[in-house]
Design a protein around this ligand. Structure first.
Ligand code: ADP
Ligand code: MG
Length: 397
């Protein structure tokens, strides 16, 4: 569906998104810049994406009337929130092209299915995930405690609904594992061996309906307390051999899924005694990703542009990064001073630094740990980008 087109019934080309968070907002911006109308389905009245969309359908994600309205308004539909019920995508797909599909979103929503997929395409991708065990029953937990001591110390992660380090408990002993599983409510989990990470990186891949694939070079990510804090996106951010392997692995993983849309694959780098370290696949997100936000300011096509192009069946040229970049996430914590008083960040000073691009998501209330926005720094060379990023980080506390 081409932007600006009008169908026989007089309806203008409209793209829809399930979910109203910041990823939906940036998708809407990208779609509108091309001339599309947009529709967002999201229950929250003040959602970041709902605020900026032509249409905002305010219902639950699985509301039949809301989904019918979304399908009626839109020629193609995507999602921005991976915990949207896969069934809702299935329903929409009965009448409209939906990318990514319910089936792949269902895999990415479930760590057990996700790891099984990584294992199934390990020969193609050349990477495996961290040693793990599935714990869905008391008997499985006991078996793991008795027979898989090598997984400790480890991280117990809920199979579903985890994000930003939520739904995870670090455990050192069998007793701690038992307590952690109880704390997580005895739900389906995976216990993953704690790995000595030397770095983390992620790769964004976009694949069209026709199977054409493009991808960005890996970005190196720094997490603090399970939440992305900084993304380094420039040549030399990691050893080239490792970068090539990660990029090829992410493409293989997307192809093996028959994926359509934008996919982000996250990797761990571990010290395995080799020169460059070993690559381990961590997880995937069936949508644009926080670690890809720099593409909006540093590349000739952003991850959101590619989301629009893939779902609408537009051509998919290989994107090019034209500037080195560092992205700083802006969590709600930045809005509070040392004594816990609410205080607007010093935007005047931050914005007077060269090459800063501020993106705020329109969230009405700052809370600790809440993603409020991000700041991307671009510049003529890596050294100057690093210098400005350090100064910006200093100003943002
Ligand atoms: P989320 O869905 O919350 O992003 P992740 O599995 O990506 O969950 O975990 C969040 C972060 O926790 C990772 O980016 C990494 O920093 C750390 N982490 C997760 N699993 C491991 C592991 N097996 N070994 C070491 N660190 C880990
Ligand atoms: Mg993660």
């Amino acid at each position: 569906v081409f932007p600006g087109s009008v169908d026989a019934a007089g309806q203008r080309a409209t793209l829809g998104v399930l979910g109203g968070g910041q990823l939906g907002r940036m998708f809407v911006h990208a779609a509108q810049r091309l001339g599309y109308f947009t529709a967002v389905l999201e229950p929250d009245v003040h959602s970041p994406a709902g605020q900026v969309s032509h249409h905002h359908i305010q219902t639950g994600y699985d509301d039949p009337a809301g989904l019918a309205q979304l399908a009626h308004l839109c020629q193609a539909i995507t999602t921005e929130f991976e915990n949207v019920p896969a069934q809702a995508l299935q329903t929409l797909a009965l009448t409209r092209p939906v990318a990514p599909s319910a089936a792949v979103v269902g895999i990415a929503q479930d760590r057990v299915a996700e790891k099984a997929h990584f294992a199934a395409c390990a020969d193609l991708s050349g990477v495996t995930c961290a040693p793990y065990a599935v714990i869905e029953t008391l008997a499985q937990r006991q078996a793991v405690q008795a027979e898989r001591a090598e997984l400790l110390p480890g991280i117990l992660k809920t199979a579903r609904m985890g994000y930003d380090g939520k739904g995870q408990v670090r455990v050192k002993t069998a007793e701690e594992l038992a307590a952690a599983w109880a704390e997580l409510g005895g739900v389906a989990c995976v216990l993953e061996k704690m790995l000595p990470l030397t770095a983390e990186c992620s790769v964004l891949v976009a694949r069209g309906w026709d199977g054409q694939v493009v991808s960005f070079a890996p970005q190196r990510n720094v997490h603090v307390e399970g939440i992305l804090a900084v993304t380094h996106a420039y040549a030399g951010n990691m050893p080239p051999t490792l970068a090539e392997r990660a990029q090829a692995a992410a493409v293989a993983i997307a192809q093996h899924l028959g994926y359509v849309g934008v996919l982000c694959v996250e990797f761990f780098v571990v010290d395995d005694g080799s020169t460059h370290g070993g690559l381990i696949v961590n997880e995937m997100a069936p949508r644009p990703h926080n670690s890809g936000h720099y593409t909006m300011d540093a590349c000739d096509a952003s991850q959101f542009d590619l989301q629009v192009h893939t779902m609408a069946g537009l051509p998919l040229p290989q994107p090019r990064q034209h500037s080195p970049a560092i992205m700083l996430n802006l969590l709600g914590d930045v809005w509070f001073d040392a004594s816990g008083q609410l205080q607007e960040p010093d935007w005047r000073s931050v914005l007077s630094l060269p090459g800063t691009h501020l993106h705020l998501y329109g969230k009405l209330e700052a809370r600790a740990g809440r993603k409020m926005g991000h700041l991307t720094i671009t510049g003529p060379d890596v050294a100057s980008v690093k210098t400005v990023a350090r100064r910006a980080a200093g100003l943002l506390g």
